[in-house]
Write a protein that binds this ligand. Structure first.
Ligand code: UN1
Length: 501
């Protein structure tokens, strides 16, 4: 439906005010299920806007870092309650700009709620260490100190959850923020900021500047006043972010691509494994860094699995995520749809068997959106490009294997290391798998998606650079350890010397 009234024009949020960008360029936030619908018009900001935001964050840091953490937490508690109240409206906004079905956008808002409550609780903990000193009359401890101005660049696939994973721990640790959300899904981040503003967050503590990567994202990385950076997005862009952070030694957290696998052993509960492969592969239209884009199946159950899996995938209803009958929404934009179509060709050319799907869906109302059929390739070889490269769309590659060891080798034989899953009823194999899978997240008898906010999230190899977000691990990224010694002996005590006979 084309919008009857003119779409709303949004502004940046700097120093506690909604301000016009310096330039006049704008970016349209369009519905990927119906690109005639403009959800909102957002600023295409540039380096001057970023400089203003960084300056505001820098000024606000002095006071915010000294605000007691339990006081900061009260703001977060209020924000979480407002998110609970507005969950349905924010979920609908998110489906309109991002395309995923309502059940999933409700989940996205819920993930932000969970993270906000979790970090609000940390306002009264943020535990450090107290340890005995090796010298008499001396006290030793390590406390968490705020780091400074945190720069954040967030993706479009979890447009409220992922900003909350970064904003909430950064705030509770006493940092101030400059955030640039993805240009495809700015409204959900706007909604999150709105809630924090209404909850009493002081001006300048959180600044949000809308725009694209080169003009609005890059200046955050280049600013000498930004002390740490958190980025979620592709491995390709992550490499650029990492390099840009290097000259000024910014602490840099990268959360990037995945090529996650579900391993189905011959003793698996097949009904469960099939349902999980459908959800893991096609939930969010496969546009999750945790998506199960590979399914490796033991040859003893391979034929049965493939037949029943493909049958289920064929039944998925593709359409507008606001329609309760829809199972799977569109790709986020034309470029993403083109990537999916490109990989379908690659898969066909490298000899994988196209078992279902493989085409853009553009009949009737679907022509207005970026829809693609849920697609399954079977009889794949683990070395094929469709089994190695992140597609970020509704394409699943099924790979047969003979033994547990071979399955683990296939699982680990990719450049990424985010999430992996095994379906088995053999407890020994389950334990061996969690030990040997080289990923940051392992599931037993559950799909590769569905991480909970109070545990560390992140991956190995080209998925990450050693940091984790969410859970208490987030506190390690958003604070600096400060080790403090109190010597109350009134004499010079030389560690490693005076206490050694
Ligand atoms: C992502 O795809 O970038 O575990 C995040 C999950 C979600 C988060 C996904 N809770 O699938």
């Amino acid at each position: 439906m084309p919008t009857a009234v003119a779409p709303k024009t949004f502004k940046n949020y700097i120093d506690g005010e909604w301000v016009e960008p310096r330039g006049t360029r704008t970016i349209e936030d369009r519905n990927p299920a119906n690109r005639d619908e403009i959800v909102g018009i957002f600023p295409a900001s540039d380096k001057t806007d970023i400089a203003n935001a960084v300056e505001a964050a820098k000024q606000a840091f002095g006071k915010w870092r000294l605000t007691p953490a339990p006081k900061r937490a009260e703001i977060l508690f209020r924000a979480a309650e407002l998110l609970v109240e507005r969950k349905e409206d924010y979920a609908r906004d998110m489906t309109r700009e991002m395309g995923k079905v309502l059940a999933e956008t409700r989940g996205d808002v819920q993930e932000a709620i969970d993270m906000t409550y979790l970090m609000a609780g940390e306002g009264r903990r943020q535990f450090g260490h107290i340890a005995p000193s090796e010298l008499p009359d001396k006290f030793a401890m390590a406390v968490r100190a705020p780091a400074g101005v945190a720069g954040m660049i967030t993706p479009w696939n979890f447009p409220m959850a992922i900003p909350s994973w970064k904003i909430m721990p950064a705030l509770i640790c006493g940092n101030t923020i400059v955030l640039k959300p993805a240009e495809d899904t700015p409204l959900s981040t706007y909604n999150l900021v709105q809630v924090l503003e209404e909850s009493g967050l002081p001006g300048g503590v959180l600044n949000v500047v809308f725009g694209d990567g080169p003009d609005a994202g890059a200046p955050i990385l280049d600013s000498p006043d930004v002390t740490l950076v958190s980025f979620t997005g592709s491995t390709e862009v992550g490499r650029i972010v990492s390099k840009a952070c290097a000259p000024t030694f910014k602490k840099c957290h990268l959360e990037m691509g995945g090529k996650n696998i579900i391993i189905v052993m011959d003793d698996a509960n097949l009904d469960l494994a099939i349902d999980s492969a459908v959800w893991g592969g096609f939930g969010t239209t496969g546009q999750r860094c945790t998506a199960a884009s590979r399914v490796a199946v033991h040859k003893k159950v391979y034929r049965e699995f493939v037949e029943r899996f493909v049958e289920k995938v064929k039944k998925l209803r593709v359409g507008d995520g606001l329609d309760p009958k829809t199972d799977m929404g569109p790709c986020i934009n034309e470029q993403q749809l083109n990537t999916v179509m490109k990989y379908v060709e690659i898969g066909k050319n490298e000899g994988a068997k196209l078992a279902t799907g493989g085409h853009r869906l553009d009949a009737g109302a679907l022509a207005k959106g970026w829809f693609h059929e849920p697609t399954v390739f079977t009889d794949c070889n683990a070395k094929m490009r469709i089994c190695q490269e992140e597609i970020f769309g509704p394409v699943v590659a099924v790979i047969p294997f003979d033994s547990f060891d071979e399955a683990i080798e296939i699982a680990n034989g990719v450049q990424y290391g985010l999430s992996a899953s095994i379906y088995t009823r053999n407890v020994n194999n389950a334990f061996r798998a969690q030990r040997d899978l080289e990923t940051g997240i392992v599931y037993v008898n559950a799909p590769t998606i569905g991480a909970e906010t109070h545990l560390p999230f992140g991956g190995t190899k080209n998925t990450g650079n050693g940091h984790r977000e969410a859970g208490l691990a987030a506190l390690d990224f958003y604070s600096e350890w400060k080790t403090v010694y109190f010597d109350y002996s009134d004499r010079l005590q030389r560690a490693q010397i005076d206490n050694v006979e």
